[in-house]
Design a protein around this ligand. Structure first.
Ligand SMILES: Nc1ncnc2c1ncn2[C@@H]1O[C@H](COP(=O)(O)OP(=O)(O)OP(=O)(O)O)[C@@H](O)[C@H]1O
Ligand SMILES: [Mg+2]
Length: 431
């Protein structure tokens, strides 16, 4: 049975995972008067400086997780790759929010895609492959594809792009000879995401969509508001809560979406936790995603999600520190409206998320321009390498084909998502 008693400031919140998402959640929780304990395999994890206790253990260690849960009024997480027995053991001691079932569904790419398709949420063509032959079959059917490892992939890792079936044997080997998800490569016009928060009572709020730009499978920048047609925004804002509701999740759900060049709104993937594409919420939104997570898991009234100042972020990968010239933080901060966020990670490695730059402005375009200008000042070499040296992309003046599709959505000729599938009477709330 769900306990609706609010968990009040002064209580201790446990977080499975001590990376940057846990760290920023912990800072928001501390601001509200909560204490924080974390569990992470890395003794030097990013949350360590903020938590009053850090348990060093792998995400398969049931006893360590029980130890965490015993000291906490509620346990949440910042990473979905937590072994099922650990989730269940924690949930037997303290409320685990988002809940073991939604995390279990989401943590395996095949299980997640199958669940989305079974519940009639819009996804692109996919195929489950358990051999090189099965990958080859899928690519024969789909054309250019991406094979994604079921577990452990993030920031584009654990993914192999295939142009033709001939690449199947290499892809199978590269993914470690384990079952994987093969997806048709989608012609993406725009990437967007919607963050939704859900309380144990079932109350939900959805943030306006974030517009996101990825390079080589890793997020480069995000901006809010998304500057997309109202019809597309409305469809995206309806889709995310419908998924959260159906999952019965409590906490945050980020829904990554593709808007295709032929006018469909598809779900790319789900994350049951704070999300990189809403880091601008600390600057741009009435309630940051981190505060919102604390409110949701403590069953407090959810905060307003509306944009109070257009905002953007640019990710800082370890590469920024690996060029000949050291990053110039003071120069970067000279850009009006900008701020630097660093996660306190020791070693800069290529592709490792070390921090981000944020900026606010009078418009999304201005905020994005400022965040990118700050990035160019921080490291001109990194900006060239990341393809961010030129003028910022024009959010409204995209290429002709995209404009035509977006206009069709606005006119209602292309319906990006038709609304929730029939309700499922068998669904049970968890959390
Ligand atoms: N089927 C697809 N067709 C076209 N592009 C894709 C497809 N799947 C993924 N991508 C591109 O790769 C990016 C990363 O893919 P995905 O979200 O599956 O990986 P991830 O490793 O979980 O990334 P992250 O951790 O950054 O969310 C997407 O945002 C998109 O730009
Ligand atoms: Mg993703």
């Amino acid at each position: 049975m769900t306990d609706f008693a609010p968990i009040l400031p002064g209580a201790t919140i446990g977080i499975l995972g001590g990376g940057q998402l846990g760290r920023m959640t912990a800072m928001a929780a501390r601001s509200m008067g909560y204490d924080i304990q974390v569990l992470d395999p890395d003794p030097q994890c990013a949350s360590r400086a903020i938590a009053s206790r850090t348990i060093t253990a792998p995400f398969t260690d049931v006893e360590a997780a029980q130890e965490l849960a015993r000291g906490c009024a509620v346990v949440t997480l910042e990473i979905e790759q937590i072994a099922r027995p650990v989730l269940d053991a924690v949930a037997a001691i303290a409320p685990l929010r988002p809940g073991a079932d939604p995390v279990y569904i989401i943590q395996d790419r095949v299980r997640q895609k199958r669940w989305l398709a079974e519940h009639k949420f819009p996804v692109g063509p996919f195929h489950e492959a358990d051999s090189a032959e099965a990958i080859a079959d899928a690519v024969t059917r789909f054309g250019p594809s991406i094979a994604k490892a079921c577990h452990g992939g993030y920031d584009g890792r654990g993914q192999v792009r295939l142009a033709s079936p001939e690449g199947a044997t290499d892809a199978w080997r590269a993914l470690g000879g384990r079952p994987c998800l093969v997806e048709q490569r989608i012609d993406i016009a725009v990437e967007l995401s919607v963050l939704v928060a859900r309380r144990p009572t079932g109350e939900m709020v959805a943030y306006p969509p974030s517009r996101n730009h990825h390079t080589n499978g890793i997020l480069t920048w995000s901006v809010i508001p998304a500057e997309l047609p109202d019809a597309l925004v409305a469809a995206a804002e309806a889709l995310a809560p419908a998924i959260a509701e159906r999952l019965g999740l409590v906490g945050l759900l980020a829904v990554e979406m593709f808007f295709t060049t032929d006018g469909q709104l598809l779900v790319n993937e789900l994350a049951p936790r704070p999300h990189n594409t809403y880091h601008h919420s600390e600057r741009a939104s009435a309630t940051s995603q981190f505060e919102q997570l604390v409110r949701a898991v403590c069953n407090l009234p959810l905060g307003a999600p509306q944009v109070i100042a257009p905002g953007a972020i640019v990710n800082l990968l370890g590469d920024v520190w690996l060029h000949d010239t050291a990053p110039d933080v003071p120069f970067a901060l000279g850009v009006s409206g900008s701020r630097v966020h660093l996660y306190g990670k020791g070693e800069a490695r290529p592709g490792r998320k070390m921090g981000h730059l944020s900026a606010v402005g009078d418009s999304a375009q201005e905020a994005l321009g400022r965040a990118l200008a700050s990035y160019r000042r921080l490291s001109p070499e990194a900006a060239v390498a990341a393809g961010l040296a030129g003028p910022p992309p024009a959010l409204r003046a995209a290429d002709g084909a995209l404009l035509a599709e977006l206009a069709a959505v606005s006119r209602g000729e292309s319906a990006p998502w038709q609304g929730p599938a029939d309700s499922d009477p068998d669904r049970e709330d968890v959390g």
